[in-house]
Design a protein around this ligand. Structure first.
Ligand SMILES: Cc1cc2nc3c(=O)[nH]c(=O)nc-3n(C[C@H](O)[C@H](O)[C@H](O)COP(=O)(O)OP(=O)(O)OC[C@H]3O[C@@H](n4cnc5c(N)ncnc54)[C@H](O)[C@@H]3O)c2cc1C
Length: 480
């Protein structure tokens, strides 16, 4: 018997897990899956973590446990820095790994369109860390508004801007609308959460651009019903800790969320391979690279344009799942001396939710909206969640929040684990955000702003409850 070929898989997302499962228990291969995180993440439900509906552990499963039943698969925690295609080596933070075949599926990340400094003020939603950071910022904004006496500052605290009117932006805006109108309605004494301003900013002429006009209009109406204001044809030109600049307008806001763009992993730029305009790796019809047939690139990392209309497939979970499986199948077929199969996408349609009981759904010419679309959305998402425990937990929590409008995961947590530093961060209001505003000492005890960092000055500031002044790009614009 020939020595098994070594297959390296980069990434334990939708594509990587499905590729690994396809190669499991195959005598012809040994597999090493490398991921920088120890868990597989169900990204479509991340917004529910960010909006305090479910807990992080409900949508993430350790990769090791998913693949523990397969003796021919090793899982390694590590960051892939680049790939030496000529010498068939994957460079990782812990060393190099040789391969006979490679499946690269490292996904995508946020794009701030060349303004990476905006990330501090406007986190995106791609990881559990980002989801819990968004949850914390959202909940802290209400807490700060409750203790604020200056009406202008209170308004700023109760203003949320979401940049990007795609499915993620729409889902975040809908969930925020619901939280402010229903969930928090009776929880505060000094503020009325129903006065929360939620502004969804979209550069194109309508939201949910990938859907038909009809579904997009339905989503807009539903969002407006939940108190969301939609700004279309609006490009964000600056973001800082005071808010957002959109054309000539300034929206002063404490909480800004980024759902506007994605770019591929940095690994792509290290490859000796052709990239499309968006930086995704252009692949052959069998998902391999033209110059390196032993290398497959799939999922969000790849640009697959062997389609009927010649347009690259979108970054969707079903695309990644199907491509991961086919890449693995093609490796097995190559080892067995068979010809490779081309990739054909079985389109499962697209969907997005708007709040607790409404959704839009399109599959080919079939369109559905409202409650029954939401039920379909719910079934699909439960079905694709990995792990029986997760499915049950999410179902129970959804049923609970559907019936009571409560949200079970309204916890303010932080990466800061030292109690004293946590207290300081609450005094600041929001880590890294208000520290510039009031000149508090940072977690290390160093001054982070220009003014004195003494405890006395902290209490004096908070006692006067006046927003500190700071020159910023946002301040220069016309106030809205
Ligand atoms: C908020 C959100 C909502 C979404 N909603 C939907 C939806 O409703 N329906 C839908 O179909 N799609 C949705 N998507 C898109 C879908 O999640 C992606 O298309 C899908 O995850 C792509 O799968 P993938 O395997 O290519 O990448 P991913 O699932 O992103 O997996 C990439 C993996 O690679 C790892 N990795 C990355 N870089 C490195 C490195 N340098 N070293 C080691 N490991 C690395 C990551 O940790 C990750 O585990 C959503 C995405 C987001 C962010």
């Amino acid at each position: 018997m020939n020595k098994p070929k070594h297959v390296v898989i980069i990434g334990g997302g939708f594509a990587g897990i499905n590729a690994a499962k396809r190669l499991a228990k195959e005598d012809d291969v040994t597999v090493t899956l490398i991921d920088r995180r120890n868990h597989h993440l169900f990204q479509p439900l991340l917004y529910q973590v960010a909006m305090a509906a479910i807990s992080p552990a409900d949508i993430a499963v350790p990769i090791r446990s998913i693949l523990s039943g397969y003796d021919n698969i090793d899982v390694l925690l590590g960051v892939v820095t680049d790939i030496d295609l000529k010498n068939r080596k994957v460079h990782c933070d812990f060393g190099d790994i040789d391969y006979d075949y490679l499946i690269s599926c490292a996904g995508a990340t946020h794009s701030y369109f060349g303004n990476d400094q905006w990330e501090d003020y406007a986190p995106g939603l791609k990881s559990l860390e980002e989801a819990t950071e968004i949850r914390k910022r959202m909940l802290i904004a209400y807490e700060l508004a409750e203790r604020e006496t200056d009406p202008a500052r209170q308004k700023e605290l109760l203003t949320f801007v979401i940049v990007g009117g795609g499915p993620t932006g729409v889902e975040l805006a809908g969930a925020l609308g619901e939280i402010s109108r229903y969930t928090l309605e009776r929880d505060f004494r000094n503020i009325d959460p129903r006065r929360t301003r939620i502004i969804l900013v979209e550069g194109a002429s309508r939201i949910l651009n990938q859907f038909s006009d009809e579904m997009s209009e339905h989503a807009s109406r539903e969002l407006e019903r939940l108190g969301v204001t939609i700004w279309t044809n609006s490009m964000v030109s600056d973001v800082d800790d005071h808010g957002v600049v959109v054309g000539e307008e300034v929206i002063r806001a404490q909480t800004i969320l980024w759902a506007a763009g994605v770019r591929p992993t940095e690994i792509n730029y290290t490859l000796d391979a052709e990239l499309d305009r968006g930086g995704r790796v252009i692949v052959q019809s069998d998902l391999s690279l033209e110059k390196y047939p032993e290398v497959f690139v799939v999922g969000d990392q790849a640009s697959f344009a062997h389609t009927r209309d010649g347009k690259p497939l979108p970054g969707l979970a079903p695309v990644a799942i199907q491509q991961g499986r086919l890449a693995a199948t093609n490796i097995l077929r190559t080892i067995a001396g068979k010809t490779r199969k081309p990739f054909f996408y079985k389109d499962k349609g697209i969907m997005a939710t708007i709040g607790r009981a409404s959704a839009v759904l399109e599959a080919g010419k079939f369109k559905m909206s409202g409650f029954f679309a939401w039920i379909a959305w719910l079934i699909v998402h439960i079905y694709y969640l990995i792990g029986f425990r997760n499915r049950m937990m999410v179902l129970v929590q959804w049923a609970w929040s559907y019936m009571t409008v409560r949200r079970g995961a309204r916890l303010i947590t932080s990466k800061i684990w030292k109690t004293r530093e946590w207290e300081m961060s609450i005094a600041r209001g929001n880590e890294g955000k208000l520290k510039k505003r009031v000149g508090l000492a940072g977690p290390t005890g160093k001054k982070t702003g220009k003014k004195s960092a003494s405890k006395k000055s902290v209490s004096k500031k908070s006692a006067s409850r006046k927003p500190a002044r700071r020159k910023s790009a946002v301040k220069k614009g016309k106030k809205r």
